[in-house]
Design a protein around this ligand. Structure first.
Ligand SMILES: Nc1ncnc2c1ncn2[C@@H]1O[C@H](COP(=O)(O)OP(=O)(O)OP(=O)(O)O)[C@@H](O)[C@H]1O
Ligand SMILES: O=P(O)(O)OC[C@H]1O[C@H](OP(=O)(O)OP(=O)(O)O)[C@H](O)[C@@H]1O
Ligand SMILES: O=C(O)c1cccnc1
Length: 495
């Protein structure tokens, strides 16, 4: 179910799911004879979304599916062959198209498993292989990882606010089109929601599907009581009644009346849903009415433009809500509609094959200057498995005996790593020479990882308002090398 999440969704092949400039650069590299120069790229973001303290990595299963199927069909090549430049000439000559036809993906890919907690500047994915191929896949990797990581993170925040309550994802109708909805449902489940209303996501990914009924169901009957009675006939043991079509508390009374009739027939009402008005007040009143009537087990579901801050506020107001139905705000990542993940070249094999040239992209802002090297992320954890600090280092250079982690934005902030401090290395092999090294974790496993990793973070990093910045630094020799490269490049620029 999870092994080929993307294949066949729109087109038989997604090899053209890219920006034109990836193909024009591919042609240029090929023309220059640079296509096979070994290159290393990193995919990372510069700031966690939602002004939060962390992100939950997601989308790798789709990336793996895309890369496994990265071949250009005759149709793809015919289309590329049909493209014309300004003067009417073919953009891509037949011998380049013949090269693409024969090309098989042969890169090494290392990545954080889905559900891993990631911080700013840490590679979520590292690609190493022929320059042409490693460049060509940039756009697809970014579109797959940016969105799913964004939504998984939003879901983790909603889970944080909801605590042990049930969270349902109701977003498909408001999502950014069919794939926006489908991949949001998957990422939201990975990040911590319990079920989705999206039936296609249920079929494709094995996510539990759940739901209630709409206002139109109530409006289609003579009155509310008749509507509830009819729904209970259809689903005697799985009914949740939407009670706010006319008057919410009257609706609750009607639900109780039908619940009594259900009980007389040996069935129990599952819940009621509130979809408007003051959800704190109405849920408290509804709870009281239900309890007084002998229905303390009937759950109260709430929906209506909910998100993590509203959930937190409603809980503070003493709302009696057991289940949160969340659509628009979750699947569109309403308060931050994109994650700014980037894909940067960090190393190129020297032309004479004598070693690596580590590459850097400068920026006026130090925070936007890239990190050179063939990076790995090492996460130091305490005895309880709580992350304490992450260190980026260049795997192509020997590590010194005494490790020091330097804050890339303030080199005066450094911490020495205690010898034998326990750590995990976050980037794991996914492809070797273009072949998947083994089965990826299942969606359930990734979801469990996300849950475990988010909970292992200090609450100061998890809080919504002004979270503490988790320490991520560069290993000192990498930091020194990067500084040297920045100085050299700036000098070169002025010369
Ligand atoms: N107690 C509360 N505290 C803070 N926000 C609340 C509370 N109760 C509801 N809200 C939120 O206030 C927003 C507006 O809800 P309200 O039901 O008043 O308007 P509405 O969405 O226009 O209703 P309707 O669906 O009937 O048109 C929603 O996002 C809802 O989740
Ligand atoms: O509010 P969301 O978080 O997106 O959750 C999904 C919403 O979708 C449904 O109603 P719909 O939006 O179709 O109609 P309504 O808003 O008029 O109730 C449902 O009743 C929720 O209100
Ligand atoms: O099942 C529900 O209650 C539901 C599904 C989608 C959108 N809003 C509500």
């Amino acid at each position: 179910m999870n092994s080929a999440p993307l294949s066949g969704l729109y087109a038989p092949s997604l090899s053209l799911l890219t920006d034109l400039y990836q193909v024009t650069m591919a042609y240029g590299y090929w023309q220059q004879g640079l296509q096979d120069r070994e290159a290393v790229f990193h995919l990372y973001f510069r700031r966690p979304p939602f002004q939060g303290g962390y992100a939950v990595a997601a989308g790798l299963a789709f990336v793996a599916d895309y890369l496994q199927n990265l071949t250009f069909s005759d149709d793809d090549l015919a289309y590329l062959g049909s493209l014309r430049g300004t003067k009417g000439g073919a953009m891509f000559p037949p011998d380049f198209l013949a090269y693409l036809k024969e090309m098989t993906f042969s890169c090494d890919v290392d990545a954080m498993p889905e559900g891993t907690v990631a911080f700013a500047n840490e590679p979520l994915i590292r690609v190493r292989g022929p320059l042409l191929q490693a460049q060509l896949i940039e756009t697809a990797l970014l579109t797959l990882v940016n969105f799913q990581t964004l939504i998984a993170t939003k879901a983790a925040r909603i889970r944080e606010a909801a605590g042990a309550d049930t969270v349902l994802e109701f977003g498909l109708r408001r999502a950014q089109g069919p794939d926006g909805g489908l991949s949001a449902s998957r990422a939201a489940y990975l990040g911590g929601v319990d079920a989705t209303s999206n039936v296609l996501a249920g079929q494709r990914f094995g996510i539990p599907v759940k739901g209630t009924h709409a206002h139109s169901w109530v409006m289609a009957f003579e009155d509310e009581e008749a509507a509830f009675t009819a729904y209970a006939q259809a689903f005697p043991d799985d009914s949740v009644f939407l009670v706010d079509t006319y008057d919410t508390l009257e609706g609750v009374r009607h639900a109780i009346k039908v619940a009594r009739a259900m009980r007389a027939q040996g069935h129990e009402l599952g819940g009621i849903r509130l979809d408007s008005g003051d959800l704190a007040y109405l849920s408290r009143e509804a709870r009281e009415l239900l309890n007084e009537a002998g229905f303390p087990q009937v759950r109260i579901v709430a929906s209506n433009d909910l998100e993590e801050n509203l959930i937190t506020s409603l809980k503070l107001q003493g709302a009696k809500i057991d289940t949160w139905g969340i659509g628009t705000q979750l699947v569109t990542a309403y308060n931050q509609p994109a994650l700014g993940g980037v894909y940067k070249l960090a190393a190129l094999r020297k032309p004479d094959d004598s070693g690596w040239d580590f590459t850097i992209k400068l920026s006026e802002q130090l925070a936007k200057t890239s990190i050179p090297g063939i990076l790995q992320v090492r996460r130091y954890e305490n005895e309880q498995g709580q992350p304490r600090a992450d260190m980026l280092y260049n795997t192509a250079e020997p590590l010194p005996e005494q490790l020091t982690i330097v804050d890339p934005l303030d080199a005066t902030r450094r911490r020495n790593v205690r010898p034998h401090a326990p750590f995990r290395e976050l980037l794991e092999p996914v492809f070797r020479r273009g072949r998947l090294v083994g089965p990826l974790p299942t969606l359930e496993e990734s979801r469990a990882r996300a849950h475990r990793e988010v909970l292992s973070l200090d609450t100061s990093v998890r809080r919504f308002l002004n979270p503490h910045t988790y320490p991520v630094g560069l290993e000192e020799s990498l930091h020194d090398y990067r500084t040297k490269l920045i100085v050299e490049k700036r000098a070169g620029r002025r010369a």
